[in-house]
Design a protein. Sequence first.
Length: 276
Amino acid sequence: HIPVVGRLFRKNSKTIPLQIGCATHIVIVSLSYPGMHRIEDDGSMELNGTKFDLFLLLNHFDYRHNGNPINFTIINDFDLDFTDSTGVRKIIPKVDAGRDSIRTTIQRIMRTAEPTSKIAFFYGGHGELAQVNMMGGTDGKESDFQCIIAGDGRRIYGKELRAWFCDARYSSVAVTAVFDACQSAGSMGLPYTYIPKGETARPYKVSHRKVPIPLVQISAAQMDQYAYSREFSDGYYGQLTHCLVQYLKDTESPTMEGLVTYLDANCDPTGEQVPQ
């Protein structure tokens, strides 16, 4: 299971510890952009690593075609031939992976979540630092221009994602959002960031923004970096996704501090991709 944690904040002059628990709902957005090209240079947008990443995540979290103890929602733009741990083989068909579909799916899950719900959200696809912000302007902080690209080519800005995740009936609903995408670190503008310190990691306040629910973001690469896939001994995967799953496999009691430290040490030995 992935650790789903709450925010670190102060109440009545006391520090409230991070909440930790296992996900009750897993949402996976896995995009390969078949046949799509970039407008600026007509280069291909197609990705292969995300297809293998979806397979890896479904295997690790024991997705079953005929029912799961954890609720799964999968948004994918390709068909996946998947055999689950019970031996059942079926095609997981592609679905509408456009911006509106992603928005309505997240909002539906958040609005129907119970007070004790803990949601793990995985996104594998393109991320970018756009030329304009969500209002079409060119002024603002760099994080105002960070976005992911939906399956219909439309942008979803980090601030929009934060608003959708915060659209919950109960303030106790916890979300851990993982982005295996380029230039994604800090895109939702959350008030704290974890920084590795030796064999542990500590949260540091980076803004005075208030977030109404426990919300944590894990990103594959810094704002000026790309996220890569590469060949591992067990297949071709996104570096962040493979490293995250490996940590969960190897760790009996995962913690956010342990995960941050592990990703920092193992995600990309070259240092060209630094998770956050």
